[in-house]
Design a protein around this ligand. Structure first.
Ligand code: ADP
Ligand code: MG
Length: 464
């Protein structure tokens, strides 16, 4: 089988008629691509809002649905207009096919709205089925319109490919089932056909729709890449790669040419929104490089994420996330036995709460994690084991690609930079390549700017 390149285009790339044309031009540069698209910008959010509104305000839900409908109609209209002659007379036919696609999915949405309203509540399965409509719309429309720009595209239903468990909202993929589904699609389609698939959604064991969680389209792309002979998985977005820090927070952030799978995962986990945190796992298992590229500047090199890690600065990048909490449990005996630790972690597991940082002393353990209301119940539960305390309103900042031999220098610089900001905890990973800080949430952005200036900007000692 000839290797393919998986190209994933995010919400901004699918935002309007102009970016759809840029996406088509980019696809045309590739030999045998497999295309994964997100919903058009902000559509998923609107769908969630419609599903929520449907419970008590059915007209409100329908009015959101109408906005989604007209937005897609306008997009197709503008696209056909701008493709003009190159649409080769297919323009009218394409418009009417797109009208059918939009009608079909809008009927599905209306049906969900009615059922949610009748039930008087929104269950997780229904929420996912509604959310999936964004990618169903964008992928079906894109696959139908791209031939007008000379691309031999065909729609592939992600429901057929991305098989998952029934963990609605952030379902876990069944990689073996995905692999055989991808293989059968590859066998069915002529080699010169470009499959176009929606990201983010899949189907659970009963054939019901599920989603892979916020930003899940990146994950879909990587899952497909790992199921094919694949040259690379390319994540096309609105910035030229993974930056040293979120460019929306730190003006002087700049793209990083290369990152290891581990570094990129760590960054995504600690809040670098440019990638879904699970994206790198399937690709790294198969050793497939992941590239992050800019649709508005396609010739920029972007970031290459692979097994290798390069660079020997003080730190490579940082990310931060607000709305974290610190859960501290002190054992009632002076020494923390293994029963104590396992009970704390079993409780976290039971509530499906992923942990960001763990620190321990001889009689207590603290974990930093995303705040979730269930934590308030958990504290009461854990109070049986010892003394449990929950601190909220915190942020976690992760520094990745730290140079272990320059640990002392790094700690001094951090202390200087954050002189005015109280640091709740500071911890190193075992390899000394990652360092995490917990600070008050309200100071997160300020702390990131200060740290970036001191550790990653011109005049900082990063190059030693
Ligand atoms: P898409 O719709 O293509 O999936 P996203 O909005 O999910 O795009 O991701 C791109 C955005 O991620 C950028 O516009 C940027 O604001 C944000 N971002 C956060 N951290 C980083 C980072 N370290 N590097 C690059 N972009 C980042
Ligand atoms: Mg994204």
């Amino acid at each position: 089988m000839t290797p393919r390149t998986v190209l994933k285009f995010g919400g901004t790339s699918m935002g309007d008629e102009r970016s759809w044309r840029s996406v088509m031009e980019i696809i045309a540069r590739y030999e045998r691509p497999w295309v994964v698209v997100s919903a058009t910008a902000r559509t998923t959010r609107k769908l969630h809002a419609a599903a929520e509104a449907a419970v008590a305000d059915q007209p409100g839900a329908f009015s959101i649905a109408e906005k989604i409908e007209s937005r897609h109609q306008d997009l197709v209209g503008a696209l056909m207009e701008s493709l003009g002659d190159s649409a080769k007379g297919d323009g009218e036919m394409c418009r009417s096919d797109c009208e059918i696609i939009i009608d079909d999915l809008m009927r599905t949405l209306a049906d969900h709205i009615d059922r949610i309203h009748e039930a008087g509540q929104l269950n997780p399965a229904r929420r996912d089925a509604v959310a999936a409509i964004g990618e169903q719309l964008s992928s079906r429309l894109f696959a139908r319109c791209a031939p007008a720009a000379g691309l031999n595209t065909r729609w592939v239903d992600a429901g057929r490919i991305i098989r998952t468990d029934s963990g609605y909202g952030s379902a876990a993929p069944d990689t073996a089932a995905i692999r055989s589904a991808v293989e059968s699609v590859v066998q069915e389609l002529p080699e010169d056909v470009i499959p176009v698939m929606g990201g983010y959604y899949g189907t659970g064991p009963e054939g019901e729709l599920t989603t892979l969680g916020f930003e899940g389209s990146d994950y879909s792309a990587s899952l497909v890449g790992a199921s094919l002979p694949c040259r690379a998985v390319e994540i096309w977005t609105d910035v030229s790669g993974v930056y040293t820090c979120d460019p929306r927070i730190v003006e002087n952030a700049r793209p990083i040419p290369a990152l290891s799978f581990r570094e990129a995962t760590e960054l995504a986990w600690f809040g670098a929104k440019v990638l879904h945190p699970s994206t790198l796992k399937p690709a790294s298992t198969q050793d497939i490089p992941v590239l992050v590229k800019n649709i508005f500047r396609p010739d920029d090199p972007g970031t290459r994420i692979s097994r290798q890690s390069t660079g020997d600065g003080l730190v490579k990048a940082m990310a931060g996330k607000e709305n974290s909490a610190l859960l501290a449990v002190t054992s009632s005996s002076t020494v923390m036995g293994y029963d104590f630790l396992s009970s704390v972690f079993s409780a976290l597991r039971e509530h499906r709460l992923p942990v960001d940082i763990v620190t321990t002393t001889e009689a207590s353990v603290s974990v930093a994690l995303d705040y979730h209301p269930v934590l308030d119940e958990l504290v009461t539960e854990l109070n049986g084991l010892g003394e449990a305390k929950l601190s909220t309103g915190l942020a976690v900042i992760g520094l990745v690609g730290c140079e272990p031999s320059r640990q002392n220098e790094l700690l001094v610089r951090i202390r200087e930079a954050l002189e005015e900001i109280p640091v709740e905890t500071l911890s190193y990973s075992r390899t000394k390549r990652n360092l995490n800080l917990v600070i008050p949430s309200g100071r997160c952005r300020e702390a990131m700017r200060l740290l970036h200036r001191s550790l990653l900007e011109e005049g900082s000692p990063r190059s030693g």
